[in-house]
Design a protein around this ligand. Structure first.
Ligand code: SF4
Length: 441
């Protein structure tokens, strides 16, 4: 029974789930809604907003469960009269719109990933062409994600993203440079480049890979000090990107390349277009060319074909390479994907989770050892925030939200968020570093 009627229909809470690419989509939507004089809050726990819009993720089972649970939480809030209107968009809605409409009729409307115009209209606003490309960033004002393309042309057999987001479409270089200019004018110092497959950038639009060229162009934008690249694909990796990272001081010595696996049997079934041997020599090469590189990867465990022998190869790979940063997730058979249609999902969820834990315990040790070796080192950091008596910073080897942080002692004359400063590491643990502001030598 609805007991309360929320009066604040003009206040909208946008709740973003999933990856940084979703964050960017929400930021475009916020710009449109703010341009229509709505008051917009993001991921707010304050329940005074009468309208809630959830931007969902549909990548793997855990992400889908989180999206459904979040929708159901707000359905309860709507039933209790705490909110008036509930809208859902993003990857989960794109994939399962018919089922969701049937199963959760309390949601006012569901929209796919490309329906910003319809969402704005449903809220009671007008989509403004004059605001196309405008975003209101939801991250701290000194860094911003920049989404350089939409969709993916790869055929990784486990992945539903191409089914949800469609073919790869690159944004023109000039538009991205303009976006970077606007961000820098608003105080952004670090750009975090994201895409489904960032190394494919340009092939559709310019008939050649232009990711290196793009990063170099972004680095020329006044005010931008750091650029970091996520989601590079290991096969057909462009040489000029290696040289751009090596030679351009504004491009962070950081690369996020999801390798997923190392066993040839699994890589073949995953349709990754690269063998285990090629993977090892590729990593050897980029580490040789860029000696100070921090390599981040993502590993998938439990894909069909991952025998105990294949899993042991994977563990050996993690031991051998000693990735600076690593994330792992268990395979889930996603409807419509090549893997789901062609292979039996025969490894139990319990075994998948055990394998994920085994990989992470190897990585915890490696990360702890690597951090210990950093004691007494000096490095440049960007300050993210002040929290719990510490100034919190990050090195060029760490991306916000997913990588480790540096907890810096306060002195009374501390740097502010967005400042760059030199620090000295004084203590370490597996996933964090402790430091003091470095005094000039
Ligand atoms: S590169 Fe592969 S895993 Fe990444 S989005 Fe494209 S198909 Fe999915």
């Amino acid at each position: 029974m609805r007991t309360l009627k929320n009066k604040n229909k003009n206040k909208i809470n946008i709740v973003t789930l999933g990856c940084s690419k979703n964050t960017v989509d929400s930021e475009y939507l916020i710009a449109q809604l703010a341009g229509n004089s709505f008051e917009v809050v993001h991921n707010s726990s304050d329940r005074s907003a009468g309208t809630v819009i959830i931007n969902t993720c549909g990548f793997i089972r855990e992400a889908k469960e989180e999206s459904i649970n979040t929708i159901l939480d707000f359905v309860h809030a709507k039933k209790a009269g705490i909110i008036d209107r509930l809208f859902v968009f993003g990857c989960l809605a794109e994939r399962y719109i018919t089922e969701l409409r049937d199963e959760i009729p309390e949601v006012d409307s569901f929209f796919g990933v490309k329906n910003l115009k319809d969402i704005v209209k449903a809220i009671g606003g007008d989509f403004r062409d004059s605001l196309l490309g405008d975003r209101i960033i939801t991250t701290p004002s000194h860094y911003a994600y920049i989404k350089i393309s939409e969709g993916c042309n790869r055929h990784c057999s486990f992945c539903a993203i191409p089914l949800i987001r469609g073919k790869h479409i690159s944004e023109p270089v000039e538009k991205l440079v303009e976006q970077a200019r606007k961000s820098a004018a608003g105080g952004v110092r670090e750009l975090i480049v994201v895409a489904q497959d960032s190394t494919y950038y340009g092939l559709d639009l310019y008939k050649k890979r232009r990711i290196a060229d793009l990063l170099n162009r972004l680095s020329e934008v006044p005010g931008i000090e750091w650029i970091r690249l996520h989601y590079a694909y290991p096969a057909s990796f462009p040489d000029d990107l290696i040289y751009a990272i090596r030679d351009n001081p504004k491009i962070c010595k950081y690369l996020d390349i999801p390798f997923q696996h190392i066993s040839d049997g699994v890589l073949g079934k995953m349709r990754r277009g690269i063998t285990g041997k090629e993977t090892y020599s590729f990593i050897e090469r980029i580490r040789k060319e860029i000696p100070s590189l921090a390599l981040r990867t993502t590993i998938m465990v439990g894909h069909p074909g991952e025998t105990e022998k294949a899993f042991n190869e994977l563990k050996q790979f993690v031991e051998d390479i000693r990735f600076e940063r690593l994330g792992v997730f268990p395979y889930s058979a996603e409807e419509g994907t090549f893997s789901a249609l062609n292979f039996k999902d025969s490894i139990s969820n319990v075994r998948k989770m055990e394998r994920a834990d085994e990989i992470m315990s190897i990585q915890n040790r490696i990360s702890g050892e690597m951090n210990s070796a950093k004691k007494h080192r000096r490095m440049k950091v960007i300050i993210d925030r002040i929290e719990n008596g510490f100034v919190i910073g990050r090195s060029e080897h760490d991306s916000p939200e997913i990588d480790q942080e540096i907890l810096i002692e306060k002195t009374g004359t501390d740097p502010c968020p967005g400042d760059f400063t030199e620090i000295e590491i004084i203590d370490t643990d597996d996933y964090d570093l402790y430091a003091r502001i470095s005094k000039p030598e």
